[in-house]
Design a protein around this ligand. Sequence first.
Ligand SMILES: Cc1cc2nc3c(=O)[nH]c(=O)nc-3n(C[C@H](O)[C@H](O)[C@H](O)COP(=O)(O)O)c2cc1C
Length: 451
Amino acid sequence: MERQMLRAALDKLKRKGVLLECNKEVDPKFELGAVLKHFSNEVPILFKKVKGSKIPVVGAMFGERKIYYDMLGITHEERIFKMMDAIANPKPTKLLTKGPVMENIITKNIDLPKMFPIPTFHEEDSSSYITAGLVVIKDPETGQRHVSVRRLQINGGNEMSVLVASPLANKQYLEMEKLNKPLEIAVVLGYDYSILLASQISSETYGVDKYEVDSALRGEPLELVKCHSIDLEVPAHAEIVFEGIMPPHRRVTEGPFGELMGYYGNVGPHPVMEVKAIMHRNNPIFQTAFPSREEHLSNGLIREIELYSALKTMVDVKDVNVTVSGGCRFHAFAAINKRNAGDGKSAIIAALASSKDVKHVVIVDNDVDIFSHDDMEWAIASRVQASRDLVVIPGALGSGLEPSHGLNGVTDKIGIDATKPLGDAGKKFERAKIPGFEKIDIEKYLPGIKL
Ligand SMILES: Cc1cc2nc3c(=O)[nH]c(=O)nc-3n(C[C@H](O)[C@H](O)[C@H](O)COP(=O)(O)O)c2cc1C
């Protein structure tokens, strides 16, 4: 039986009946992504025949909340606390001498576009991209591991550009560059839900080993092996590991690339990775993620912990939603148990302060479903008066990853207090109820109806 990582996850997805398998040949250029996008990147699909390659490709594994919870074995209600617990109590990993990912080791004639079915997603993308690479580096001074997901532009041959946006990863590269030395780097494909989630916490904020957070989340030690040619550890049951170096003083133009919110992001010079060795399992499966939709759910789940924690200090928060349509970072919905007249505004202050990326916040009462856009619109339509309930903060620092911020480098932030008044005034805001509605068994009235 498969243990940990992609194959174990695929077995489970199959058993649950949520994995689609495509037997028709697809072109990795545009066609594969178009099929993923048809299902809004929410349905995992295994493409068994990919033009120009014998290697199958899997995508859209991480784009749907319910699948994510099921695969982690957690409920929606527990998610925030399980993740907080794993971050606060990381558990040791287990280093094996051998693992399935070592079944094949290639050190010569590495030609990435020829060897792997690497997709191109959007019309103006500069090249094909590895969009779901789990990037592993080590701090040369402290030896502390750093794990995150980055996109990698295929430059041809054995070279790809690495988009290192976060300050910490950049710091390690820049430190080595000052010493005129290369930084060792591994890129892992073929992982699972737990490690992707762990990879999305910020090293700067938490300073923990994300492999150890993964061990805590999965409830058993993450099994690792040493890379073949560099001093880094990677998951033993992964599909493919690219090993190499980021040489100092070399940068290549990266982009354009269709990314967050479906826009082409900034084009600029970025460091490169020279792939020196590849380890892969027999009959490897290539893992991709449609940019930038499904992956941001995992990122958004971590943001929900942070939003919840910030709100908890000010109000009695019931639940939070960092919405997918808002790029899993720009929009925050929160339901609160309102106890004091100012709770709605306090919640706005806390939510907007929880991350520079949060741009628009809506606070509702606990009778509103914050995962239903209909219900949210209902609350805004019927419980908000702009002169009283709208908070506008002009010119704050926002995220450069959305184009309206780019107009002048700052972002206006908005909070909407859609909570109803307390006391007698609140009675006007009670919803009309049908006694027995929740308990109705519709099949009794309409036998055989497909729900
Ligand atoms: C599939 C996927 C692709 C991502 N691509 C990038 C990327 O290209 N560049 C980037 O800076 N962050 C990217 N991210 C987000 C980072 O992985 C995430 O912010 C992570 O927490 C960074 O960790 P760090 O703050 O410890 O460096 C991606 C996330 C996912 C899930």
